[in-house]
Design a protein around this ligand. Structure first.
Ligand code: NDP
Ligand code: ZN
Length: 351
């Protein structure tokens, strides 16, 4: 079968591989809609997880099942499913401890395009189908549903990590597709002021539509200065980091109130250390918490997130700025993600 792969750091191309084999609990799927992710860009061009050779890329897909293992109970060939980016081993001790995304070791619940071939193949393998796949309800647009693989669960996880409560003032640093879902999630969680940090005009417009009350353009001045001015030097209750770099934590600590929390879902592709400003961190005693996490997968969570769409609480279609048709277009979609033209939020390939 054919797949679009990372050939090595900085290099991609089409390759031929043997079709994946189905274990007794597993499923083999063929993609119906695919979306490339900023994480694919970090993986290939920043070499963020180290060298990988001839590994099929991609971890965001809506798919049709073509085969299931003999012990799979709730899915069958022909079923349409949402495939979460993270597919843990649910029997692992880490999963029993509440951190399924780290099943088998740190970040190891992230298997697609990390430890095994991803979803940009004509066929791909999903472990523990009953626990990891989510049924796709009838009537949901495939492109909008593809946002459920990663953008929705990650953006909303940032909100969970920051523990946004009714009336909290919140900064969302980064309003690409992940940060936009954090803005939408902060609204669902009852935030009051939502300061959205970004610069691309398209993202700014959509951030307002999702409920951002203030826009902070990081290219027009230091974001800490801008936030401190807006909040009359008080800072904010919660911060979600969905963009920026290792220096963003320094900024976040400086504009966070004592007792505040930072929820990071940004994938730090470069730099060896994250610096924490000592005095702004209350010399270690400021009760300013930093939580960073990989999105949780799992069928229960995914099917709950789908229900946000079917009940019209969340409209993911606003994220999709570029649509392609045909499997081979996955290459163009990934290059678009790499180049990030100003009008891009998220591309989707319909197969
Ligand atoms: P995008 O690149 O589309 O968006 C990044 C955002 O950050 C943009 O709004 C950008 O602004 C802004 N930004 C860039 N530099 C700075 C800066 N110095 N200060 C403040 N804001 C800045 O990324 P995505 O939304 O696709 O993904 C966000 C991150 O989440 C990525 O690192 C991705 O790999 C990661 N991720 C993590 C997952 C997880 O499970 N934890 C899963 C999926 C993704 P501008 O408007 O100028 O572009
Ligand atoms: Zn992704």
């Amino acid at each position: 079968m054919k797949g679009f792969a990372m050939l090595g750091i900085g290099s991609t191309g089409w390759i031929e591989k043997e079709a994946p084999k189905c274990g007794v609990f597993d499923a083999i799927c063929r993609p119906l809609a695919l979306s490339p992710c900023t994480s694919d860009v970090h993986t290939v061009w920043a070499g963020a997880i180290g060298e990988r050779h001839d590994m099929i890329l991609g971890h965001e897909a809506v798919a049709e099942i073509v085969e299931v293992g003999s012990l799979v109970k709730d899915f069958k060939p022909g079923d349409k499913v949402i495939v979460p980016a993270i597919t843990p081993d649910w029997g692992s001790l880490e999963a029993q401890g509440g951190y399924s995304m780290h099943s088998g070791g740190m970040l190891s619940g992230w298997k697609f395009s990390n430890f095994k071939d991803g979803v940009f193949g004509e066929l791909f393998h999903v472990n523990e189908a009953d626990a990891n796949l989510a049924h796709l309800p009838n009537g949901i647009d495939l492109a909008a549903a593809a946002m459920l693989s990663d953008m929705v669960p990650t953006g909303l996880h940032g909100v969970e990590l920051a523990d946004v409560q009714f009336g909290d003032s919140v900064v969302v640093i980064g309003i690409g597709p992940v940060g936009l879902m954090s803005v939408a999630g902060a609204v669902l969680r009852g935030a009051s002021h939502i300061y959205a940090v970004g610069s691309r005009p398209n993202c700014i417009e959509i951030a307002k539509e999702y409920g951002a009350t203030n826009i902070i353009n990081y290219r027009e001045g230091d974001i800490v200065d801008q936030i401190m001015e807006e909040t009359k030097n008080k800072g904010v209750d919660k911060i979600i980091i969905a963009g920026g770099d290792v220096d963003t934590f320094d900024q976040a600590i400086r504009m966070l109130k004592p007792g505040g929390r930072i929820g990071n879902v940004n994938y730090l592709g470069e730099g060896d250390y994250v610096k924490i400003p000592r005095t702004d961190w209350g010399c270690g005693m400021g009760h300013k918490t930093i939580a960073g996490g990989l999105m949780p997968g799992g069928r229960l969570r995914m099917e709950k997130l789908v229900s946000l769409i079917t009940t019209n609480r969340l409209d993911t279609s606003k994220l999709i700025t570029h649509k392609f048709n045909g499997f081979e277009k996955v290459e163009d979609a990934l290059m678009l993600m790499k180049d990030k033209p100003k009008d891009l939020i998220k591309p989707v390939v319909i197969i």
